[in-house]
Design a protein around this ligand. Structure first.
Ligand code: ATP
Ligand code: CA
Ligand code: CA
Length: 366
Protein backbone atom coordinates (compact mmCIF):
# COMPACT_ATOMS: atom_id res chain seq x y z
CA UNK A 1 0.00 0.00 0.00
CA UNK A 2 1.32 3.42 -0.95
CA UNK A 3 0.14 4.82 2.39
CA UNK A 4 -1.65 7.68 0.72
CA UNK A 5 -5.32 8.15 0.38
CA UNK A 6 -5.62 10.18 -2.74
CA UNK A 7 -7.89 13.11 -2.09
CA UNK A 8 -8.29 15.44 -4.99
CA UNK A 9 -9.50 18.56 -3.21
CA UNK A 10 -8.25 21.59 -4.96
CA UNK A 11 -8.16 24.79 -2.96
CA UNK A 12 -9.94 27.52 -4.90
CA UNK A 13 -7.13 30.10 -4.55
CA UNK A 14 -4.33 28.11 -6.10
CA UNK A 15 -3.66 25.21 -8.35
CA UNK A 16 -2.39 22.88 -5.65
CA UNK A 17 -4.13 19.70 -4.77
CA UNK A 18 -3.86 18.73 -1.13
CA UNK A 19 -3.44 15.09 -0.35
CA UNK A 20 -3.55 13.45 3.07
CA UNK A 21 -1.38 10.70 4.42
CA UNK A 22 -2.84 7.61 5.94
CA UNK A 23 -1.29 4.27 6.82
CA UNK A 24 -4.51 2.38 6.30
CA UNK A 25 -7.14 2.61 3.64
CA UNK A 26 -9.85 4.07 5.82
CA UNK A 27 -11.63 6.92 4.19
CA UNK A 28 -11.15 9.25 7.14
CA UNK A 29 -9.16 12.06 5.60
CA UNK A 30 -6.61 13.74 7.81
CA UNK A 31 -6.81 17.46 7.93
CA UNK A 32 -3.10 17.95 8.37
CA UNK A 33 -1.16 18.31 5.15
CA UNK A 34 2.35 16.85 5.11
CA UNK A 35 3.10 17.65 1.55
CA UNK A 36 1.56 19.34 -1.40
CA UNK A 37 0.80 18.36 -4.95
CA UNK A 38 1.25 20.50 -7.93
CA UNK A 39 -1.15 19.67 -10.71
CA UNK A 40 -0.10 20.34 -14.25
CA UNK A 41 -2.58 21.85 -16.68
CA UNK A 42 -5.53 21.39 -14.30
CA UNK A 43 -8.18 22.85 -16.63
CA UNK A 44 -7.10 20.49 -19.41
CA UNK A 45 -7.20 17.42 -17.20
CA UNK A 46 -10.45 18.54 -15.56
CA UNK A 47 -11.82 18.67 -19.06
CA UNK A 48 -10.53 15.19 -19.92
CA UNK A 49 -11.94 13.73 -16.72
CA UNK A 50 -15.34 15.14 -17.60
CA UNK A 51 -14.91 13.91 -21.16
CA UNK A 52 -14.02 10.39 -19.98
CA UNK A 53 -16.87 10.47 -17.47
CA UNK A 54 -14.70 10.26 -14.35
CA UNK A 55 -16.15 12.12 -11.40
CA UNK A 56 -14.27 13.63 -8.47
CA UNK A 57 -15.48 10.80 -6.19
CA UNK A 58 -14.26 8.14 -8.61
CA UNK A 59 -10.88 9.74 -8.32
CA UNK A 60 -10.51 9.04 -4.57
CA UNK A 61 -9.01 5.66 -3.99
CA UNK A 62 -6.32 3.96 -1.94
CA UNK A 63 -3.43 2.55 -3.93
CA UNK A 64 -1.37 -0.61 -3.90
CA UNK A 65 1.94 -1.16 -5.58
CA UNK A 66 2.15 -3.25 -8.75
CA UNK A 67 5.13 -5.52 -9.32
CA UNK A 68 5.21 -4.70 -13.02
CA UNK A 69 7.98 -2.21 -13.29
CA UNK A 70 9.70 -1.66 -16.60
CA UNK A 71 13.37 -1.17 -17.33
CA UNK A 72 12.91 2.58 -17.06
CA UNK A 73 12.69 2.42 -13.26
CA UNK A 74 9.17 3.82 -13.05
CA UNK A 75 7.01 2.60 -10.20
CA UNK A 76 3.41 1.56 -10.71
CA UNK A 77 0.46 1.73 -8.34
CA UNK A 78 -3.08 0.58 -8.93
CA UNK A 79 -6.15 2.06 -7.26
CA UNK A 80 -8.16 -0.26 -5.07
CA UNK A 81 -11.23 0.18 -7.25
CA UNK A 82 -9.20 -1.18 -10.17
CA UNK A 83 -9.75 1.86 -12.35
CA UNK A 84 -6.52 3.82 -12.28
CA UNK A 85 -2.83 3.22 -12.72
CA UNK A 86 -0.37 5.70 -11.29
CA UNK A 87 3.06 5.72 -12.92
CA UNK A 88 6.02 7.72 -11.71
CA UNK A 89 7.83 9.51 -14.52
CA UNK A 90 11.23 11.09 -14.77
CA UNK A 91 11.62 14.75 -15.45
CA UNK A 92 13.03 14.00 -18.90
CA UNK A 93 9.78 12.33 -19.88
CA UNK A 94 7.36 14.87 -18.59
CA UNK A 95 9.02 17.45 -20.80
CA UNK A 96 7.16 15.67 -23.57
CA UNK A 97 3.88 16.00 -21.71
CA UNK A 98 2.63 18.78 -23.98
CA UNK A 99 2.54 16.12 -26.67
CA UNK A 100 0.29 13.99 -24.52
CA UNK A 101 -1.97 17.00 -24.17
CA UNK A 102 -1.88 17.44 -27.91
CA UNK A 103 -2.43 13.76 -28.29
CA UNK A 104 -5.51 13.83 -26.18
CA UNK A 105 -6.95 16.75 -28.03
CA UNK A 106 -6.21 15.02 -31.34
CA UNK A 107 -7.84 11.78 -30.35
CA UNK A 108 -10.60 13.53 -28.48
CA UNK A 109 -12.50 14.38 -31.61
CA UNK A 110 -12.81 10.68 -32.27
CA UNK A 111 -14.75 8.71 -29.76
CA UNK A 112 -13.09 5.30 -29.90
CA UNK A 113 -9.45 4.88 -29.08
CA UNK A 114 -7.07 2.46 -27.38
CA UNK A 115 -4.65 5.24 -26.49
CA UNK A 116 -4.02 5.71 -22.77
CA UNK A 117 -6.42 8.04 -21.04
CA UNK A 118 -4.44 10.41 -18.85
CA UNK A 119 -6.51 11.80 -16.00
CA UNK A 120 -3.83 13.94 -14.47
CA UNK A 121 -0.15 14.82 -14.22
CA UNK A 122 1.15 15.69 -10.76
CA UNK A 123 4.23 16.60 -8.85
CA UNK A 124 4.54 15.39 -5.26
CA UNK A 125 6.44 17.91 -3.16
CA UNK A 126 7.20 16.87 0.44
CA UNK A 127 7.32 19.70 3.01
CA UNK A 128 10.71 18.48 4.13
CA UNK A 129 13.29 16.38 2.34
CA UNK A 130 14.72 18.86 -0.15
CA UNK A 131 14.77 17.74 -3.72
CA UNK A 132 12.66 14.61 -3.51
CA UNK A 133 9.91 15.62 -5.88
CA UNK A 134 8.10 12.81 -7.60
CA UNK A 135 6.23 13.31 -10.82
CA UNK A 136 3.50 10.93 -11.78
CA UNK A 137 0.71 10.44 -14.25
CA UNK A 138 -2.66 8.88 -13.54
CA UNK A 139 -4.11 6.82 -16.37
CA UNK A 140 -6.70 4.13 -17.00
CA UNK A 141 -5.99 0.55 -15.99
CA UNK A 142 -6.10 -1.66 -19.07
CA UNK A 143 -6.45 -5.04 -17.35
CA UNK A 144 -9.24 -5.60 -14.80
CA UNK A 145 -7.70 -7.36 -11.80
CA UNK A 146 -11.06 -8.86 -10.80
CA UNK A 147 -10.71 -11.26 -13.71
CA UNK A 148 -7.78 -13.63 -13.92
CA UNK A 149 -5.48 -12.85 -16.83
CA UNK A 150 -4.13 -16.23 -17.87
CA UNK A 151 -1.62 -14.58 -20.23
CA UNK A 152 -0.32 -11.05 -20.44
CA UNK A 153 1.72 -9.59 -23.31
CA UNK A 154 3.54 -6.34 -23.95
CA UNK A 155 3.79 -6.21 -27.77
CA UNK A 156 5.85 -3.79 -29.86
CA UNK A 157 6.11 -5.59 -33.17
CA UNK A 158 9.85 -5.81 -32.73
CA UNK A 159 11.58 -9.14 -32.57
CA UNK A 160 14.93 -8.07 -31.22
CA UNK A 161 15.22 -9.12 -27.59
CA UNK A 162 11.43 -9.43 -27.32
CA UNK A 163 11.19 -12.44 -25.05
CA UNK A 164 10.35 -12.24 -21.34
CA UNK A 165 13.40 -12.69 -19.12
CA UNK A 166 13.71 -15.73 -16.91
CA UNK A 167 13.12 -13.55 -13.84
CA UNK A 168 9.90 -12.23 -15.40
CA UNK A 169 8.70 -15.75 -16.22
CA UNK A 170 9.17 -16.75 -12.58
CA UNK A 171 6.61 -14.17 -11.46
CA UNK A 172 3.10 -15.39 -10.67
CA UNK A 173 1.66 -13.14 -13.43
CA UNK A 174 4.46 -12.55 -15.89
CA UNK A 175 4.26 -10.09 -18.76
CA UNK A 176 5.39 -11.89 -21.88
CA UNK A 177 6.64 -10.29 -25.10
CA UNK A 178 6.32 -10.60 -28.89
CA UNK A 179 8.26 -13.81 -29.43
CA UNK A 180 6.53 -15.51 -26.49
CA UNK A 181 3.15 -14.60 -27.98
CA UNK A 182 4.01 -16.15 -31.33
CA UNK A 183 5.00 -19.33 -29.54
CA UNK A 184 1.95 -19.46 -27.24
CA UNK A 185 -0.63 -18.52 -29.90
CA UNK A 186 0.70 -19.80 -33.24
CA UNK A 187 -2.62 -19.12 -35.00
CA UNK A 188 -3.08 -15.72 -33.33
CA UNK A 189 -6.30 -14.55 -31.68
CA UNK A 190 -9.23 -15.32 -33.94
CA UNK A 191 -11.97 -12.67 -33.98
CA UNK A 192 -15.34 -12.29 -35.63
CA UNK A 193 -14.98 -10.35 -38.88
CA UNK A 194 -16.78 -7.20 -37.62
CA UNK A 195 -14.73 -7.18 -34.41
CA UNK A 196 -11.50 -7.67 -36.32
CA UNK A 197 -12.26 -4.81 -38.69
CA UNK A 198 -13.29 -2.49 -35.86
CA UNK A 199 -10.15 -3.29 -33.86
CA UNK A 200 -7.85 -2.76 -36.84
CA UNK A 201 -9.50 0.55 -37.74
CA UNK A 202 -9.04 1.78 -34.19
CA UNK A 203 -5.42 0.60 -33.88
CA UNK A 204 -4.53 1.99 -37.29
CA UNK A 205 -5.85 5.41 -36.37
CA UNK A 206 -4.13 5.39 -32.98
CA UNK A 207 -0.81 4.39 -34.58
CA UNK A 208 -1.21 7.26 -37.07
CA UNK A 209 -1.79 9.75 -34.25
CA UNK A 210 1.35 8.51 -32.44
CA UNK A 211 3.37 8.65 -35.66
CA UNK A 212 2.26 12.22 -36.36
CA UNK A 213 3.46 13.19 -32.89
CA UNK A 214 6.76 11.37 -33.47
CA UNK A 215 6.10 9.04 -30.57
CA UNK A 216 7.40 5.49 -30.49
CA UNK A 217 8.48 2.67 -28.20
CA UNK A 218 4.86 2.28 -27.10
CA UNK A 219 3.32 -1.18 -26.70
CA UNK A 220 0.02 -2.88 -27.05
CA UNK A 221 -0.71 -4.40 -23.66
CA UNK A 222 -2.88 -7.52 -24.04
CA UNK A 223 -4.48 -9.55 -21.26
CA UNK A 224 -6.12 -12.86 -22.15
CA UNK A 225 -8.65 -14.61 -19.95
CA UNK A 226 -9.54 -18.18 -20.86
CA UNK A 227 -13.23 -18.88 -20.31
CA UNK A 228 -12.56 -22.60 -20.65
CA UNK A 229 -9.83 -22.63 -18.01
CA UNK A 230 -12.12 -20.64 -15.70
CA UNK A 231 -14.98 -23.09 -16.29
CA UNK A 232 -12.87 -26.14 -15.48
CA UNK A 233 -11.52 -24.38 -12.40
CA UNK A 234 -15.10 -23.68 -11.29
CA UNK A 235 -16.20 -27.26 -11.72
CA UNK A 236 -13.20 -28.43 -9.67
CA UNK A 237 -14.36 -26.12 -6.90
CA UNK A 238 -17.96 -27.37 -6.88
CA UNK A 239 -17.60 -28.76 -3.37
CA UNK A 240 -16.78 -25.48 -1.67
CA UNK A 241 -17.56 -24.86 1.97
CA UNK A 242 -20.48 -22.46 2.72
CA UNK A 243 -18.31 -19.54 3.94
CA UNK A 244 -16.29 -19.56 0.73
CA UNK A 245 -19.51 -19.51 -1.29
CA UNK A 246 -20.68 -16.50 0.71
CA UNK A 247 -17.43 -14.61 0.12
CA UNK A 248 -17.60 -15.36 -3.56
CA UNK A 249 -21.18 -14.17 -3.74
CA UNK A 250 -20.20 -10.90 -2.05
CA UNK A 251 -17.30 -10.34 -4.39
CA UNK A 252 -19.64 -10.98 -7.33
CA UNK A 253 -21.98 -8.26 -6.07
CA UNK A 254 -19.05 -5.87 -5.65
CA UNK A 255 -17.92 -6.63 -9.18
CA UNK A 256 -21.38 -5.98 -10.54
CA UNK A 257 -21.60 -2.63 -8.77
CA UNK A 258 -18.25 -1.69 -10.15
CA UNK A 259 -19.11 -2.55 -13.70
CA UNK A 260 -20.53 0.80 -14.56
CA UNK A 261 -17.29 2.59 -13.82
CA UNK A 262 -15.07 -0.04 -15.42
CA UNK A 263 -17.14 0.51 -18.55
CA UNK A 264 -15.31 3.80 -19.11
CA UNK A 265 -12.43 1.88 -20.51
CA UNK A 266 -13.54 -1.57 -21.54
CA UNK A 267 -11.76 -3.06 -24.50
CA UNK A 268 -14.96 -3.55 -26.46
CA UNK A 269 -16.09 0.01 -25.96
CA UNK A 270 -12.71 1.31 -27.05
CA UNK A 271 -12.97 -0.07 -30.55
CA UNK A 272 -15.24 1.10 -33.29
CA UNK A 273 -17.95 -1.47 -32.95
CA UNK A 274 -21.63 -1.04 -32.31
CA UNK A 275 -22.31 -2.70 -28.99
CA UNK A 276 -25.88 -3.32 -30.10
CA UNK A 277 -24.48 -5.73 -32.69
CA UNK A 278 -23.23 -8.01 -29.95
CA UNK A 279 -26.02 -10.39 -29.07
CA UNK A 280 -24.37 -11.90 -26.03
CA UNK A 281 -23.24 -10.67 -22.65
CA UNK A 282 -19.50 -9.96 -22.47
CA UNK A 283 -18.08 -10.07 -18.94
CA UNK A 284 -16.05 -6.96 -18.06
CA UNK A 285 -16.16 -5.71 -21.63
CA UNK A 286 -13.46 -8.04 -22.93
CA UNK A 287 -13.27 -8.78 -26.64
CA UNK A 288 -14.40 -12.37 -27.39
CA UNK A 289 -11.82 -14.41 -29.31
CA UNK A 290 -10.73 -17.97 -29.97
CA UNK A 291 -7.36 -19.61 -30.18
CA UNK A 292 -6.50 -21.94 -33.05
CA UNK A 293 -7.33 -24.86 -30.74
CA UNK A 294 -10.84 -23.49 -30.29
CA UNK A 295 -10.36 -22.19 -26.74
CA UNK A 296 -12.84 -19.45 -25.80
CA UNK A 297 -11.01 -16.33 -24.73
CA UNK A 298 -11.68 -12.78 -23.59
CA UNK A 299 -9.13 -10.21 -24.68
CA UNK A 300 -8.37 -6.93 -22.87
CA UNK A 301 -6.06 -4.42 -24.45
CA UNK A 302 -4.73 -0.89 -24.63
CA UNK A 303 -1.75 1.07 -25.90
CA UNK A 304 0.68 2.03 -23.13
CA UNK A 305 3.99 3.83 -22.55
CA UNK A 306 3.63 6.72 -25.00
CA UNK A 307 5.34 9.50 -23.04
CA UNK A 308 8.45 9.51 -25.13
CA UNK A 309 9.48 11.51 -28.17
CA UNK A 310 11.84 10.45 -30.86
CA UNK A 311 14.64 12.79 -30.06
CA UNK A 312 18.34 13.11 -30.56
CA UNK A 313 19.32 10.55 -27.94
CA UNK A 314 17.09 7.99 -29.65
CA UNK A 315 18.48 8.83 -33.07
CA UNK A 316 21.98 8.27 -31.79
CA UNK A 317 20.93 5.04 -30.12
CA UNK A 318 19.43 3.86 -33.36
CA UNK A 319 22.48 4.70 -35.39
CA UNK A 320 24.84 2.61 -33.33
CA UNK A 321 22.38 -0.25 -32.88
CA UNK A 322 21.82 -0.30 -36.64
CA UNK A 323 25.52 -0.77 -37.12
CA UNK A 324 25.68 -3.65 -34.67
CA UNK A 325 22.39 -5.36 -35.52
CA UNK A 326 19.96 -5.41 -38.40
CA UNK A 327 18.47 -1.91 -38.35
CA UNK A 328 14.94 -3.14 -39.01
CA UNK A 329 14.70 -5.37 -36.00
CA UNK A 330 16.03 -3.16 -33.21
CA UNK A 331 13.26 -1.68 -31.15
CA UNK A 332 14.44 1.92 -31.52
CA UNK A 333 13.58 3.25 -34.95
CA UNK A 334 11.93 6.08 -36.77
CA UNK A 335 8.32 6.74 -35.66
CA UNK A 336 6.93 6.05 -39.10
CA UNK A 337 8.72 2.74 -39.37
CA UNK A 338 7.80 1.93 -35.78
CA UNK A 339 4.08 2.48 -36.41
CA UNK A 340 4.10 0.42 -39.61
CA UNK A 341 6.01 -2.47 -38.06
CA UNK A 342 3.69 -2.37 -35.01
CA UNK A 343 0.60 -2.64 -37.22
CA UNK A 344 2.14 -5.25 -39.53
CA UNK A 345 2.94 -7.48 -36.60
CA UNK A 346 -0.54 -7.12 -35.09
CA UNK A 347 -2.14 -7.94 -38.46
CA UNK A 348 0.14 -10.78 -39.45
CA UNK A 349 0.79 -12.50 -36.14
CA UNK A 350 -1.57 -11.39 -33.39
CA UNK A 351 -5.14 -10.86 -34.57
CA UNK A 352 -6.94 -12.58 -37.36
CA UNK A 353 -10.30 -12.46 -38.97
CA UNK A 354 -12.22 -15.73 -38.60
CA UNK A 355 -12.85 -15.90 -42.33
CA UNK A 356 -9.15 -15.50 -43.15
CA UNK A 357 -7.07 -17.57 -40.71
CA UNK A 358 -3.32 -17.10 -40.51
CA UNK A 359 -1.53 -20.34 -41.25
CA UNK A 360 1.25 -19.83 -38.76
CA UNK A 361 3.04 -16.84 -37.36
CA UNK A 362 6.04 -18.88 -36.36
CA UNK A 363 8.10 -17.95 -39.40
CA UNK A 364 8.65 -14.32 -38.38
CA UNK A 365 12.29 -13.31 -38.33
CA UNK A 366 13.94 -13.47 -34.94
P1 ATP B 1 10.05 0.48 -20.33
O1 ATP B 1 10.32 1.89 -20.75
O2 ATP B 1 11.25 -0.29 -19.91
O3 ATP B 1 9.23 -0.30 -21.31
P2 ATP B 1 8.23 1.62 -18.35
O4 ATP B 1 8.73 1.87 -16.98
O5 ATP B 1 8.06 2.80 -19.25
O6 ATP B 1 9.14 0.51 -19.00
P3 ATP B 1 5.62 0.65 -19.13
O7 ATP B 1 6.09 0.05 -20.40
O8 ATP B 1 4.77 1.86 -19.18
O9 ATP B 1 6.87 0.87 -18.15
O10 ATP B 1 4.81 -0.44 -18.28
C1 ATP B 1 5.43 -1.58 -17.72
C2 ATP B 1 4.38 -2.64 -17.40
O11 ATP B 1 3.42 -2.12 -16.47
C3 ATP B 1 3.56 -3.08 -18.61
O12 ATP B 1 4.20 -4.11 -19.35
C4 ATP B 1 2.27 -3.53 -17.96
O13 ATP B 1 2.40 -4.85 -17.48
C5 ATP B 1 2.11 -2.57 -16.78
N1 ATP B 1 1.25 -1.40 -17.15
C6 ATP B 1 1.68 -0.21 -17.60
N2 ATP B 1 0.65 0.63 -17.86
C7 ATP B 1 -0.48 -0.05 -17.59
C8 ATP B 1 -1.89 0.25 -17.66
N3 ATP B 1 -2.33 1.44 -18.09
N4 ATP B 1 -2.77 -0.71 -17.30
C9 ATP B 1 -2.33 -1.92 -16.87
N5 ATP B 1 -1.04 -2.26 -16.77
C10 ATP B 1 -0.10 -1.36 -17.13
CA1 CA C 1 8.89 3.51 -21.23
CA1 CA D 1 7.33 -0.08 -22.18
Amino acid sequence: MFGIVVVFRRSPQNEQVHFSTSSDDSSVFHSEVDFRFKTYAPPAFDHFRVYFGVSQEDFCSPLRELSSSGASGSLFYISKDDEFILKTVQRRKTTTSPSSGRLLSKSETKSRTLLPKFFGLYNYIPKTGGNKNIRFVVMNNVLPSALKMDWKYDLKGSTYNRRASLAEKMKPYPTFKDLDFVEHFPGGLILEEATYNALMRTLERDANVLESLKIMDYSLLIGIHSLDLAASENSRQMQRPKEVEKDLEESKIQKRNRRKLVAHSTALESIEIELDDMDFEVPFGGIPARSRNGDNLLVFLGIIDILQSYRLSKKLEHTWKAVVYDGNTVSVHRPEFYARRFMDFLKSSVFCDRSRPIASNLDIKT
